[in-house]
Design a binder for this molecule. Structure first.
Ligand SMILES: Cc1cc2nc3c(=O)[nH]c(=O)nc-3n(C[C@H](O)[C@H](O)[C@H](O)COP(=O)(O)OP(=O)(O)OC[C@H]3O[C@@H](n4cnc5c(N)ncnc54)[C@H](O)[C@@H]3O)c2cc1C
Length: 372
């Protein structure tokens, strides 16, 4: 075998896995089609360290988010990754939403998130004087981080562990062989190259379903649908009026968690992301100016100071959803595929939010699936 373990995709999850496995195994390869890491979803998200509040009890999303949050804070401290444990408010702006807040708190408790407090108006005003809310849930363990620095540190540590990272190489074919898999790559100079590996870890984000199909695992239940999330920025000086994350009460099936206010490590404030399933799986990162009115009206409910011209188009990201529009939320799919006839092949499909928060916990989980 040329490689012991091959990881496909250098997003935050593939990098976390590469760091973890290169610390324990020899001949670990990470293959990425772009010239560097994190060029897709991992650099187009809200950069929030989620607490693990909303996910169904017992799901991988709940378990890996709660575990991952603690691991990520520790990692940021240890490796000087910029982060801020700024906290988050989930705001109710109507009587109906107040009753939903209670349900959210119960779900969070079941997931082991027992630090949420229900705040009355005066306490909310003390924390965030410029927002409107009748009541709010406060999550003290939610935070933000600099994702680029996190990915850079995973990359450095992988290389220091003697892991190999190959950029500019796209996986185009995967064939099962007796002792593992043969992988074909298309290099940046259009040359093709093949090598063999005992273990394959598919962490290819938006095209992880295609990687699984390449190996001959066809599954209509694991087809990825691109689901775009657009953001508008809050122009200065009004960005100074908010210092915590502020979320509305989420819509019922968790397609998204509502247009919210996120702050970043540079002091920027964004509204978003919204939720739009794309008609086809194309990398469409345009932000529609025509959505300004909808963003403005949505956020105005809890940001009374907002005027229409205070916001401007910022950026977009794409969620790799495995549930169709309107369907109940699906869990992360993370499996070693021996039962489907593909021993040593580990699929990670549908790693949408909270994939960033969960990245280190996912790496631990994947390590436990490996039998060498
Ligand atoms: C709008 C939005 C907001 C979000 N906000 C948050 C948040 O606040 N907090 C949070 O925890 N999570 C958030 N997420 C989720 C988080 O961003 C993702 O879960 C995480 O980035 C997924 O990382 P990944 O490594 O699995 O995928 P990616 O970052 O997509 O990486 C996959 C990599 O695989 C490579 N690849 C694909 N095919 C091939 C191939 N054939 N050959 C070689 N390489 C290949 C790609 O080029 C890519 O670099 C958000 C997501 C979105 C879209």
């Amino acid at each position: 075998m040329d490689a012991e373990i091959t990881i496909i995709g250098a997003g935050v999850v593939g990098l976390a896995i590469a760091e973890k496995l290169s610390g324990s195994f020899n001949d670990v390869f990470l293959i990425e089609k772009h010239p560097t890491f994190g060029q897709e979803t991992s650099s187009r998200n809200s950069e929030v360290i989620h607490a693990g509040i909303y996910y169904p009890m017992g799901s991988l999303k709940a378990k890996l988010c709660v575990e991952g949050k603690g691991l990520l804070y520790d990692y940021c401290k240890k490796h000087d990754i910029p982060y801020r444990n700024c906290g988050k408010l989930i705001v109710a702006t109507s009587q109906e939403e107040i009753s939903i807040l209670k349900g959210i708190r119960q779900t969070a408790m079941k997931n082991g998130v027992d630090d949420l407090t229900l705040l009355e108006k005066d306490k909310i005003t003390e924390l965030e004087p410029e927002i409107f809310a009748l009541k709010a849930l406060y999550s003290p363990s939610t935070g933000i981080l600099d994702t680029h620095s996190l990915m850079k540190r995973f990359e450095i540590n992988t290389l220091n562990n003697s892991g190999q990272i190959v950029y500019g190489s796209e996986v185009t074919e995967i064939k099962k062989i007796e002792t593992g898999y043969e992988i074909k790559l298309l290099e940046a100079d259009s040359k093709e190259y093949s090598f063999t590996t005992r273990i394959v870890i598919n962490s290819a984000g938006l095209t992880s379903d295609k990687i699984s199909e390449m190996a001959d695992m066809k599954d209509d239940n694991l087809k990825i649908m691109f689901c775009k999330g657009e953001y508008f920025r809050l122009n200065p000086p009004k960005n100074k009026l908010i210092s915590r994350l502020v979320y509305p009460v989420p819509v019922h099936n968790l397609e998204g968690i509502g247009i919210h206010v996120t702050i970043d490590m540079g002091g920027g404030v964004k509204l978003g992301p919204d939720v739009t399933y794309l008609d086809s799986n194309i990398h469409d990162y345009k932000v529609s100016v025509s959505k300004q009115e909808a963003f403005y009206l949505s956020a105005k409910k809890f940001l009374p100071f907002l005027e229409y011209d205070d916001i401007a188009p910022e950026m977009a990201g794409i969620r790799p959803k495995i549930q169709k529009p309107g369907e109940p939320v699906r869990d992360f799919y993370i499996r070693e595929e021996t039962s489907r006839g593909f021993p040593g092949f580990i699929n990670l499909i549908g790693i949408e939010s909270p994939g960033l928060t969960s990245s280190i916990a996912i790496a631990h989980y994947v390590k436990n699936l490996i039998r060498i």
